[in-house]
Design a protein around this ligand. Structure first.
Ligand SMILES: Cc1cc2nc3c(=O)[nH]c(=O)nc-3n(C[C@H](O)[C@H](O)[C@H](O)COP(=O)(O)O)c2cc1C
Length: 223
């Protein structure tokens, strides 16, 4: 069982998204999975360039993206992975730019414009999206973020297999709120939540990792 995780935050150490991903991978590791964390912001890659090589009639239908950059080797390893976990901070109500670019390159080569089989990915595997965001839980729906989360979940389900969502809201944005502009925020409430609720989010991420490592998915399902 090989699980790959992708950090779509430019903050690569200790911060919210990567902490949750590390917890998920620890959980997966504790259940016997082999794990790998990819820092998307360490890679030089672009989103889909719309070359449509992956849609040519004459192509080999293997879902391989024709673009050659730092993502090429990573996408090659994805083909052999048994589960994928993608973590992203919410930036302006969307995934971070690197996450979005990654999702385009991850999914589009597998997409078939065909009526029967929509995905060329050879197996059905479990996936998960972990989102971290500044807004509190009750604002998620108000801001329409729930629609973004559901849309990405459906996209991963169409291409790969079942997708679990894990949301971590009202995250700590700065380590020291006195050093940055933060008039809008109740800094003491932010520190308190980070101390009390974020560890619970990490625990949920750990459990997600355990589930993914032990989750059974059908050998081959046509999507
Ligand atoms: C450019 C930028 C845009 C952001 N936009 C939003 C937003 O639209 N909604 C939100 O809830 N948080 C927003 N945030 C806050 C981050 O989503 C939040 O702090 C997140 O937990 C950061 O993850 P990290 O600690 O892993 O980097 C934004 C942060 C940045 C830097």
């Amino acid at each position: 069982m090989k699980i790959m995780a992708f950090n779509g935050s430019p903050r690569k150490k200790k911060w919210n998204t990567v902490s949750l991903l590390n917890n998920a991978l620890e959980g997966a590791g504790s259940a016997g999975a082999q794990t790998e964390l990819i820092q998307l912001y360490d890679l030089n890659f672009s989103g889909c360039i719309s070359c449509f090589s992956c849609k040519k009639i004459s192509r080999k239908k293997d879902g391989v993206c024709a673009v050659q950059d730092d993502l090429t080797a990573v996408l090659d390893r994805v083909r052999k992975a048994d589960a994928l976990i993608i973590g992203s901070p919410v930036y302006y109500g969307c995934e971070s730019a690197a996450t979005r670019a990654f999702l385009e390159r991850l999914c589009f080569p597998y997409l078939q414009y065909a009526k029967d089989v929509r995905s060329l990915f050879p197996r059905k595997i479990n996936t998960a999206m972990i989102y971290t965001m500044n807004v509190p839980e009750q604002t998620v729906k108000l801001m329409g973020y729930d629609q973004l989360f559901e849309r990405t979940k459906k996209m991963l389900e169409m291409h790969f297999g079942p997708c679990e969502l894990l949301l971590s809201t009202d995250t700590l944005q700065y380590s020291d709120y006195d050093k940055f502009e933060a008039e809008l925020f109740d800094k003491e409430a932010k520190y308190k939540r980070h101390a009390e609720v974020f560890p619970e989010d990490c625990k949920r991420a750990f459990e997600l990792g355990v589930r993914l490592a032990s989750g059974k998915v059908p050998e081959r399902v046509q999507m």
